[in-house]
Design a protein around this ligand. Structure first.
Ligand code: HEM
Length: 487
């Protein structure tokens, strides 16, 4: 049968560019994947790993082995797509299969998710996908009016703790990530289910249990700064035994089976078993939402910390006058008017998409187009995108590697939003049950904005030390300057 060849990429109906053979090779089986893994984690680091190969091959599309490799993944061979034009092939579920590729070339044991393959691992062609995603849409829509008040209460308390930390002694610092880990957990439980996890039998142990469970799934993608040989052996080569996280998972599950009881009733009506729904709610809340916010919030504050303090004053002015115009209330309408605040959040998501890797297997033979060539991909080959290189593409964004707070302000700025891809889709599009775009897209953008709003309602400016931790930025505050005006 002749292959079905479809162009993939930017989507503009132009004639195909000259077809080139995809450069790069997978090298010697077993050895080269390990060599590539060492380059990725230790010798080059993520960005240089890709940038050096773009230089070497003169192409933003090439063949390479992606970590973790042996023995964690059966096949580490991928075709990397690293520019704004080729990357979107990964969003087109008529071209790529998204079954079991959420974490990449390896998949954590389903014994970490109650024996179920949860929504993030399902291809939209699988019947359970639409039901579960619909359940999440319904949940988020039904809790819409609780998000702002819940966020404000939770984060007001976080900022108060930061102030006390900083006032404790001269030169004192406050670790935002640590406080965020605790606050975000309670905020999400309260916002989604109306039950603050720390007020249940979970007590204060929710965040540590959640982080341990996340670690068991994500450690193949992490480095901890331990001796390489230990990391290679314990993190990157074999899965950690899932029974070691079993009791933590059980305690977390207990919270969901009781706090989310009304949502489980709704699941029944959609034809989902309560048990499958409950494991999915746990995953969407703790992996997708909590895992996401753990990275997103420090990411936003990192860029604000590194920015010119003039940006802080412009944000404070914009936020305070919009809130004042709403009678002093933080409302969705007020936030909608905050052009600069919205732009800053999009820009942070563009510079540092919290989920950096996306994968999809070619459903049939197809052609991928980059800016200057097209490439044949065969059915079954794994396509992989490293998102920061697609969203910092200088062919689309002027000074694409720089944080420009007001990049998305105004009509011209808004035209660029389609190139913001953090949600596994264009920012100008919305998730549906038929695609794999993030189910929490609106929620994520809203809470990102709320963080900036709540912060600049309280403070004029701040200073912080910025570093890296596991999968994101570490932000440690060194000073906070309280708001001197209310508008
Ligand atoms: C900063 C926060 C978040 C980021 C960066 C993020 C990012 C993503 C990305 C990149 C994907 C696609 C992964 C892939 O298939 O390759 C995804 C999928 C998904 N996200 Fe999010 N997400 C975030 C928060 C949330 C929240 C708050 C929810 C709440 C419901 C959520 C629910 C989901 C679900 C259910 C999927 C699978 C969608 C499907 O199967 O169609 N995410 N997310």
């Amino acid at each position: 049968m002749s292959p079905v060849i479809q162009a993939a990429g930017g989507g503009d109906e132009e004639p195909l560019l000259p077809v080139k053979k995809i450069p790069g090779s997978y090298g010697i089986p077993f050895l080269s994947p390990i060599r590539d893994r060492l380059d990725f984690y230790y010798f080059q680091g993520q960005d240089d790993f890709f940038k050096s190969r773009i230089q070497q091959y003169g192409s933003t599309v090439f063949r390479v082995n992606m970590p973790p490799g042996p023995f964690m993944a059966r096949n580490s061979q991928v075709i990397a797509v690293l520019d704004a034009k080729s990357f979107p092939v990964l969003f087109d579920v008529s071209k790529v299969e998204k079954r079991d590729v959420f974490t990449g070339t390896y998949m954590p044991s389903t014994s970490l998710t109650g024996g179920y393959r949860v929504c993030s691992y399902l291809d939209p062609s699988e019947p359970a996908h639409a039901k579960i995603k619909q359940l999440l849409f319904t949940l988020l829509a039904s809790r819409k009016s609780y998000v702002i008040p819940s966020f404000r209460t939770s984060y007001a308390s976080l900022f108060q703790t930061m102030e006390s930390d900083l006032a404790a002694s001269t030169g004192a610092k406050s670790d935002f990530n640590k406080l965020n880990d605790t606050t975000a957990f309670d905020f999400l439980g309260d916002a989604y289910f109306g039950v603050v996890p720390s007020s249940t039998s979970l007590g204060n142990e929710g965040p540590s249990k959640a982080s341990k469970w996340l670690f068991f799934q994500l450690c193949p993608l992490m480095t901890l700064g331990l001796p390489k040989i230990l990391e290679e052996l314990f993190l990157h080569s074999f899965p950690l035994p899932s029974f070691l996280a079993k009791s933590d998972y059980k305690a977390l599950y207990g919270y969901f089976s009781s706090a989310a009881a009304p949502v489980l009733d709704a699941a029944d009506k959609l034809g989902l078993s309560r048990e499958e729904a409950c494991h999915n709610l746990l995953f969407a809340t703790i992996f997708n939402s909590y895992g996401g916010v753990k990275v997103l919030f420090p990411g936003i504050l990192k860029w604000l910390a590194l920015a010119d303090p003039k940006l802080h004053s412009r944000l404070a002015d914009e936020i305070r006058s919009a809130v004042k115009a709403e009678g002093g209330k933080v409302t969705l309408a007020a936030i909608e008017k905050m052009e600069l605040t919205k732009s800053v959040v999009y820009e942070a998501l563009r510079m540092d998409p919290p989920v950096k890797f996306q994968y999809g297997k070619a459903k049939h033979d197809l052609v991928i187009e980059s800016h200057d060539s097209s490439y044949m991909v065969s059915k079954g080959e794994m396509i992989f995108g490293y998102q920061p290189l697609a969203t910092q593409d200088t062919k689309v964004f002027e000074n694409g590697g720089e944080f420009v707070g007001d990049r998305f302000v105004g009509d011209e700025g808004k035209k660029l939003l389609k190139y913001v891809l953090w949600s596994n889709g264009h920012e100008t599009e919305n998730p549906t049950v038929r695609d794999k775009q993030c189910a929490g897209k609106d929620f994520v953008v809203l809470v990102g904005r709320l963080l900036v709003v709540e912060f600049f309602l309280r403070y004029d400016t701040f200073t912080a030390e910025v570093g890296t931790i596991l999968l994101g930025a570490q932000v440690t505050f060194t000073s906070l300057t309280k708001a001197t005006s209310s508008s």
